[in-house]
Write a protein that binds this ligand. Sequence first.
Ligand code: AMP
Length: 736
Amino acid sequence: MRLHPLLKISRNHHPGVLLILRHYSPLSYTPPHFFHVSTRNPPRMAEDELRQSLANKQAAVDAQAAAVRDLKAQGAAGSDLDAAVESLKALKLEAAAAASQLQAAVAASNGDGSSASREAFRQSVVNTLERRLFYIPSFKIYRGVAGLYDYGPPGCAVKSNVLAFWRQHFVLEENMLEVDCPCVTPEVVLKASGHVDKFTDLMVKDEKTGTCYRADHLLKDFCKEKLEKDLTLPAEKAAELKHVLAVLDDLSAEELGAKLKEYGITAPDTKNPLSDPYPFNLMFQTSIGPSGLSPGYMRPETAQGIFVNFKDLYYYNGNKLPFAAAQIGQAFRNEISPRQGLLRVREFTLAEIEHFVDPDDKSHPKYKEVADLEFLMFPREEQLTGQAAKKLCLGEAVFTGTVNNQTLGFFIGRVYLFLTRLGIDKDRLRFRQHLPNEMAHYAADCWDAEIECSYGWIECVGIADRSAYDLRAHTEKSGVSLVAHEKYAEPREVEQLVIVPAKKELGLAFKGNQKMVVEALEAMNEAEAMEVKTALESQGQVEFNVCTLGKTVTITKNMVSVSKQKKKEHQRVFTPSVIEPSFGIGRIIYCLFEHSFYMRASKAGDEQLNVFRFPSLVAPIKCTVFPLVQQQQYEEVAKLISKSLTAAGISHKIDITGTSIGKRYARTDELGVPLAITVDSTTSVTIRERDSKDQIRVSINEVASVVKEVTDGHSTWADVQWNYPAHSAAGGEGTQ
Ligand code: AMP
């Protein structure tokens, strides 16, 4: 009888991630030869074949080189030697061709292009973002602090647009109850949630300098670099490294430490030896009040603020389920080695939804609205069998049980719509299901919205069915019952299982182990309890396995009573399940920057100009106003237009600098401004669209309404082009 699973604490950001480890050890698992966790083509077989082919060709080169050496040593005839050298040259060419083919395949399996071109692309994006103050390393004049960033004016505007759309798309659409809770959180709350004990990452230290590194990152970097740079890697070794990458999140401290040792991984900066991995809690600790006696933490997520308010929110909602609460706010995580710019930082904005639902009915009234959506999904099965992510119809994924329930499916669909409407490229967005050991043991199902950028696939939104774990944990710790009720129309007679351990007898028999035996008896499910009851009645005793003790004990008849009692119930009392979509706003924004960025040649062809093709929804400024030349009459018109834009609620900027109009267009494109108004007469103006660079002529009194139509999304640019005369750009974009 298995009452308590053997529990293992995982290095995973969600606390309470107690993984049930049965006979699975990620590294002892021998991958099938096709094992591969990548979503891109070409499939790994092709890469393996190329590796094999390169190894064969290299071996042929070595053999031929040896033959040439022998011929020379023997003083062979000139013609024989020439022929052998020619053949060696040909073989070397073949090997070089195979190497470059393999390099291309490896680059393709790591995303678009080689790592060098990805880095060059990233550099262009980041340079533009920093130069135009989208974001700034915090405390820059004091040389900054790793993992802390400020948003500058356009970054702030983008962020506030993303959050406004989030509120509209989720909070407004679903009538969610928005709350705003403090960042400083007393210890007891985070003790109950499991963060104090388990919100850890595994860290290693440079044994000489004490510099800290995240253990899994070092292993990940090693495997990736080896796979990308070592073209002579045998296929089996490549498969092994890929397997390590796939199960990285599942590795225990011991397994990680063993792998670091096996691969001879040392401190990246000094090459000094590393310590064994050990857990490091990511929360920033503080104390509340002057006494120093009341410990607290900066919250690592916003969710707990919602859970502890469940009782009041449920009441506010008329004691009805389902309902969702939402919160936007700062989260703090003392990341061991922050990197990848805005993607891994120590303070960031989270937007979280906790949707409370009856565990017996996870249907969703609006599910039909998203059921027909089709997008890239990466179910567990496909990951474990080395297949690629594939386009699936959401409705079918829910119907076949790939996605656990309708509400979870509903949120996956809504997240897809949210991200793509923001401007995330749908072909670089996938929903990846957590692997069994990656998921908390209590969770019913989890999917991450991952966006591909120059750093690879990045988890930007986690969507988890966390069952009743959080509310139960806070009920237990606070003593306040966080439950919901379902009133029956008629009282119902129910049979209740009653297990009463006789603590005195158990104490006498098991002494210090009494508590664990009592807990194990109380945790029996109905079938197990009835089995125990039958055995006790027929034999007077039963052998009972207590997993937490790791052994079987003998329970006699006087140690426990098991019975079933009938009683009338007027209502059902239950702990709701929680479905939690959790959005890392900074990660979404960074990916959006990359997906929106492109470069185009200037008109003269002598310069590459940067453009962010933000949808109007997120663009930091909706339009710019340029008097064509510095003349008072044009400036007056520009001011008039600015007034009408303000009255229409359109964010805009006037640029009256004397620089050429082409340069001013380039500046506004670099900020991702969708429309630019050029004042070149006192009666009408031109409106230019950023990506097509097409222009139309519009009278001055209509200009604000045209801009509003387009930027509010009520008309497309093509619609207004149809209604207004085109303007020839002759000379206007001279420098572009
Ligand atoms: P988690 O609670 O760990 O599932 O995180 C929720 C979301 O927060 C993730 O999906 C990420 O988008 C985001 N996130 C987590 N850690 C960080 C970090 N250090 N920096 C920025 N965003 C983060």
